[in-house]
Ligand binder design. Structure first.
Ligand code: NAI
Ligand code: MG
Length: 431
């Protein structure tokens, strides 16, 4: 049975209740986790608050950095164990899981190195005055983690918080949290003082809601669905604390006639099948200039047909999706697109050796998707790619910007002026 960590000690939920953990590979229960609820969250927030005025709060920045470096080394040493756990819990291919652990170790390394290099400022003011701007920790920070890259997302969320001396409370996703619980154990082993890093497993609407609504937290970091993101923002507003949200995407590739088509095609396929499409920045829309449309789409289709789905051990391109809800969601999008008459340009293949009961979906590439179709507007969060043509730069930009999302985009052209122009015109966080 897995356990949580509160105040430097491993523990079960106050209620004693547990939740089953199923592997998406075969749908079988392989573990149980504590079903943390409001009482557990309260203990974790209190432990974090207490840590700020005891051992953890007294460490200087370079000592915090050293602890994080130690945690980074431990993650690397336990990389294979963590990757196996992550693969079983999420279904991702072993290569991806191993890579995730390399990234996790780098988050602790990077922010560990940064710990003693974030300085204040001295600001000029009236004669006889000196204004010192200091960088202080926020206090107790809450971290709600998604299930698509559990270990990586936990690292990305808590490493900067710990580097700056905050005490953290983590609520990992009920669908995949085994690696997160293990990382918290490794942090204890690295020597993080009691209460610096607390973790409470449980359901979103129980432990997650209790954490985001707790009156004694100072900051919330959330990655997940738009719906819950809005709830988090409301909770943060009620207590007048800051939050950062990373939500959904419907990210476009905009491919112009002068692009390096071979490179673009390979990247487009990788960008939608990575993590079986369960990536907020997945390139799920393919906008192709009319003059090269048929040729380029055929090139992508040829590569898309090679996509193979299997178990983590088979180590193919895709694994299963995380749970039956995601499986139904992806299948519903595919069925609706087919029913609407959208042409299927290519499909991958599910390895015939996958266990029955696993949550496998068919990678599918649709062509001529109208801009107002669900496939062009809504986040599928699965290996489903939607192509559509555009005539000129202006129309390409308009289509790319024509969703409610704005996370990431890619521009494929060898023309430097166009790269700059289009990147600037795209309304999204990263190009
Ligand atoms: P979700 O937003 O419900 O789950 C993400 C995290 O939020 C989990 O830790 C969950 O326990 C927690 N949570 C859920 N309800 C909560 C609440 N009321 N208060 C506080 N925390 C809560 O996402 P879900 O339902 O698993 O997936 C639905 C869709 O969300 C996916 O199909 C995908 O489109 C999107 N999603 C996007 C992610 C991203 O990386 N941007 C990650 C996960 C999901
Ligand atoms: Mg949800």
């Amino acid at each position: 049975m897995a356990h949580m960590i509160i105040g430097g000690k491993t523990c079960q939920a106050v209620s004693g209740e547990t939740l089953e953990v199923r592997s998406p590979v075969d749908g079988q229960v392989f573990e149980h986790i504590p079903r943390g609820q409001a009482a557990d969250i309260d203990l974790a927030v209190r432990a974090a608050r207490a840590a700020l005025s005891s051992d953890w709060g007294k460490l200087n920045a370079s000592e915090r950095g050293r602890l994080m470096m130690k945690l980074s080394h431990l993650v690397t040493e336990h990389g294979e164990e963590l990757a196996l756990l992550e693969a079983k819990d999420t279904g991702k291919p072993m290569t991806t899981a191993r890579n995730d652990m390399i990234v996790l170790a780098r988050y602790f390394e990077f922010y560990g190195g940064a710990a003693d290099k974030v300085h204040g400022e001295v600001i000029p003011f009236l004669n006889g005055y000196q204004v010192n701007l200091l960088r202080e920790p926020l206090g107790v920070t809450a971290h709600i983690i998604p299930w698509n890259y559990p270990a990586q997302m936990m690292g990305r969320s808590i490493a900067p918080a710990l580097a700056m001396g905050n005490a953290v409370v983590v609520k990992p996703a009920e669908d995949a949290c085994m690696s997160c619980l293990r990382i918290a154990e490794l942090a204890l082993e690295a020597g993080f003082p009691a209460g610096a890093l607390n973790i409470v497993s449980g359901l979103g609407e129980e432990a997650g809601a209790a954490l985001s609504n707790h009156p004694d937290i100072n900051f919330i970091s959330f990655t997940g669905s738009n719906e819950v993101g809005v709830l988090i923002q409301q909770a943060a507003a009620r207590h007048a604390v800051k939050c950062t949200l990373e939500l959904g995407g419907k990210s476009p590739h905009v491919v112009f006639e002068d692009a390096n088509l071979e490179l673009a095609a390979a990247t487009v396929v990788r960008g939608i099948i990575q993590n079986t499409g369960q990536t907020c920045t997945a390139g799920s829309r393919l906008l192709v200039q009319q003059s090269i449309h048929d040729k380029f789409v055929a090139l992508v289709a040829e590569k898309f047909k090679q996509v193979r789905v299997g178990t983590p051990e088979m180590n193919l391109d895709c694994g299963p999706v995380v749970n039956p809800t995601q499986q139904q969601r992806v299948n519903r999008f595919i069925e609706q697109a087919k029913a609407a008459g959208l042409p299927v340009l290519a499909q991958g293949q599910i390895d015939p050796g996958v266990p029955a009961g696993g949550y496998y979906v068919m990678p599918t590439f649709f062509g001529n998707v109208p801009a107002d179709n669900a496939l062009a507007q809504q986040e599928v969060f699965g290996p489903v790619l939607a192509a559509m043509p555009f005539t000129d730069e202006a129309q390409g930009i308009a289509l790319a910007n024509g969703t409610e999302f704005g996370l990431l985009a890619a521009v494929w052209t060898e023309n430097g002026g166009r790269q700059q122009r289009v990147a600037k015109a795209l309304k999204c966080g990263q190009v």
